[in-house]
Design a protein around this ligand. Structure first.
Ligand SMILES: Nc1ncnc2c1ncn2[C@@H]1O[C@H](COP(=O)(O)OP(=O)(O)OP(=O)(O)O)[C@@H](O)[C@H]1O
Ligand SMILES: [Mg+2]
Length: 440
């Protein structure tokens, strides 16, 4: 836990550091209110130990500022003068704890421990109100079960995570479940859309800037990495990050520190990275479009979200879930789906995955005012379920190879059976398999 000590007297700061550091607290110091505010803006602080008398402003003003702007930290006011008046004022001003001279190091430590125990307790309450691990991820297929196990594992350790999956498969949901299931759950989860930040704003958005760093920088501003200090930065669409962004990200990942734009000071940040993409990063690495070193930093744990068409059993479970959800929102009874609709859902290839299914159900509930939704209620392209193939048109040889592969899988690798299905003899099959480099 991190304590910020604010005192104009260097001896007092020394004393605070000497009594708190050995107890395992991370102690930062500020010699006046201005410095203290700078630290508070950019670092997650759990407790402020502030002197009542400060060189620049009254300690009470700093107290009020901290109270109003940072609701999740505790404040302990320390006074050089004994006296009841200041104590009363401090408590009225919103300090939770007060200590006046003379006090022993043990008194100080006890007060700090009490205050931090309260912070911890508040955070736990907050965390308990958040979704649990699998929460929100619906599905019963083997693919989803494996994914949930992967999320569990990823949540229990602190390594970086790369989530792969087609558009609309639930990558962001997986990222959130991982963060909220982890020890970092009380700290922020900060999504960053890597495709949406122009290069000119990159550093300032990611790392923040200090006042006056460039024209228009009228106030200091925290970047994504500072906001997520202690928590998780979610780098969405990482495959769209420009090479310059990749370079900057790599530096943070390697050094765990950032430079604010306009400041020469280096700040330590403690953030976990979860990245997501629908692109094939490995082939991007081969083409020189994605930095290999960054790729290996990100992919310590890899979670793959399977497309909906590969987990048939989830389609109906999800459809029922969304039917119930939107019926409740619209305050109407849950309609049934006709057998024809169920069959169409199974046949359809769902290029937009879960998002497409979710949107479809929502639209149907708004438009169709019947007890049962039937095939004619479905949108045209779906009704005629032209299987929407996403692969480009292949050559005859490719189609043949793919077909042989499918038959071999269906025949569980039994070549005699496969050859019979294919209407060729075993020798021809063996040659074709060898030529196509099929592994069986
Ligand atoms: N397994 C699931 N259970 C319940 N809801 C899901 C599931 N998967 C996805 N969703 C829902 O589908 C929608 C799309 O999910 P999400 O935004 O996480 O996908 P994505 O992979 O990040 O998509 P994109 O690549 O387009 O950014 C969301 O509304 C999400 O809640
Ligand atoms: Mg997304």
């Amino acid at each position: 836990m991190r304590v910020l000590a604010v005192d104009g007297n260097p001896e007092n700061l020394d004393r605070l550091q000497h009594s708190l550091r050995p107890a395992g607290y991370d102690v930062m110091t500020a010699r006046n209110a201005a410095e203290a505010i700078g630290v508070l803006e950019f670092t997650r602080i759990d407790l402020v130990v502030g002197a009542v008398q400060l060189p620049d402003v009254d300690g009470m003003d700093l107290l009020r500022y901290a109270r109003e702007n940072f609701s999740d930290l505790e404040i302990l006011m320390v006074s050089d003068r004994p006296g009841i008046e200041e104590a009363v004022q401090s408590i009225k001003g919103g300090a939770h704890y007060y200590l006046a001279k003379p006090y022993s190091d043990r008194d100080l430590l006890a007060a700090v421990q009490r205050a931090l125990a309260k912070v911890r307790q508040q955070r736990q309450v907050q965390a308990a109100c958040r979704p649990r691990l699998a929460h929100g991820i619906i599905g019963e297929s083997g693919g989803i079960m494996r994914l949930l196990a992967g999320i569990d594992k990823a949540a229990s350790i602190n390594a970086n995570v790369l989530i792969r999956g087609e558009s609309g498969t639930g990558k962001e949901l997986v990222a959130r479940a991982t963060h909220y299931g982890s020890e970092r759950s009380a700290a922020p989860f900060v999504p960053v859309n890597c495709s949406a930040i122009p290069d000119s704003l990159l550093e300032s958005e990611l790392f923040g800037h200090v006042k006056g760093a460039f024209t228009g920088a009228r106030e200091s501003r925290a970047g994504f990495f500072q906001i997520a200090d202690g928590g998780t930065v979610f780098l969405d669409e990482i495959g769209d990050a420009s090479l310059s962004m990749q370079g900057k990200l790599l530096r943070v990942l390697q050094n765990k520190e950032i430079n604010l734009v306009g400041s020469s000071r280096v700040r330590k940040v403690d953030t976990r990275i979860i990245a997501a993409t629908h692109k094939d990063l490995v082939s991007m690495v081969k083409q020189g479009l994605f930095r290999e070193d960054l790729y290996y930093r990100l992919v310590v744990i890899e979670l793959c979200v399977p497309p909906l068409r590969e987990r048939q059993e989830d389609i109906l479970v999800l459809a029922r879930h969304f039917l119930a959800k939107f019926a409740k929102e619209l305050d109407r009874p849950i309609p049934a789906l006709s057998d024809g609709v169920l069959e169409t859902f199974r046949q359809y290839s769902w290029p937009g995955n879960v998002r497409e299914l979710e949107n479809l159900i929502q639209r149907l509930l708004v438009i169709v005012d019947k007890d049962t939704i039937e095939v004619p209620d479905l949108p045209g392209p779906m009704r005629f379920h032209v299987p929407q193939r996403q692969e480009p048109l292949g050559t005859l040889a490719q189609v043949e190879t793919e077909h042989i592969r499918r038959v071999l899988v269906a025949a569980a690798g039994n070549k005699t059976l496969a050859a019979e299905i294919l209407g060729i003899d075993r020798k021809t099959l063996r040659e074709k398999v060898k030529k196509a480099g099929l592994a069986i």
